[in-house]
Design a protein around this ligand. Sequence first.
Ligand code: WQD
Length: 337
Amino acid sequence: MKILVTGGAGFIGSHTCVELLESGYDLVVFDNFYNSKPSVLERIEKIAGRKLKFYEADMTSLASMNRIFDENDIDAVIHFAGYKAVGESVEKPLLYYDNNITGTLNLLKVMRAHGVKKLVFSSSATVYGDPEKVPITEDQPLSVTNPYGRTKLIIEDILRDLYASDGEWSIIMLRYFNPVGGHPSGLLCEDPNGIPNNIMPRIIDTALGRIKNMTVFGDDYPTADGTGVRDYIHVVDLAKGHVKAVGFLCSGHFAEEINLGTGRGYSVLELIRTFEKVNNVSIPYIVTERRHGDIAECYADTSKAFRLLGFKALHGIEDMCRDSYNARIEMLKREGK
Ligand code: WQD
């Protein structure tokens, strides 16, 4: 089976490519390197011991998308490509709507024209907004508070409408909670271009002395220790969830939303303390006001992922802290930093 992986050089995309190659799938990958680096591709192949076919391409180019499908007999698509920085999306909404939505519409039109109707879409728990209750089930109300999250929700709505119009599609929308970690080989890690927003790269930069003090955004939330609670999931577990999803695509025609999380929430302070213990480092921090748009608690009900995909996350928070730090250190060594 030949899978097209869009955005396959990114953090989650690259880890998923490894798992797909190791599972015997043939891969065609494209990326525009907006938030990734070409060097990732050779490391994917080194880990998996197999080659992939790569195109440097942008999904906002209909011609590029057509060329990829004209030149390759694609069976299914895993769609990661998209901008994902919440803060940047607030500053540049048109950039996000154009890239994420126009790009996805191009991809879907070309898929349909080539008779490819199996799709796994990289969605996000951000579509739940501030959840009414936790753990969060897939049928809970959806609401978004920033342009990035709105692109995810709009694309989900497009996919639900597409399936309603043509029952030949098999669509899975995977709603990630908080992906962290790195490949145990040390060859792949979260390596955002620019200044990291998410917590784990900032904890790591503090541990490495690149940031003097970690900033804890608020300790007055209605949680056990007052800091935000999130469902952190190891990126290798997330990647394995995609392999399960590709298998499920072949079982019928549907449009299914599925949470990918661990079902366990950890607070910011619990994460910091675990990171310090596991890596034997100190993470000095200061507590500031809450970050605009943040919510108190967000963690997954994982029963649908287990029921439909047989998926269960296996890595714990200590693995996530260890692998995140190790992979980042290995990357800095490779770059001579
Ligand atoms: C986690 C917790 C912060 C940084 C975002 C996107 C979401 C998804 C995952 C793509 C919160 C706290 C953070 C820091 C802190 N991305 N924090 N100091 O906001 O839960 O989700 O990434 O799909 O769409 O919204 O992740 O890592 O930014 O924050 O205290 O320097 O850590 O307040 O409680 P978030 P995050």
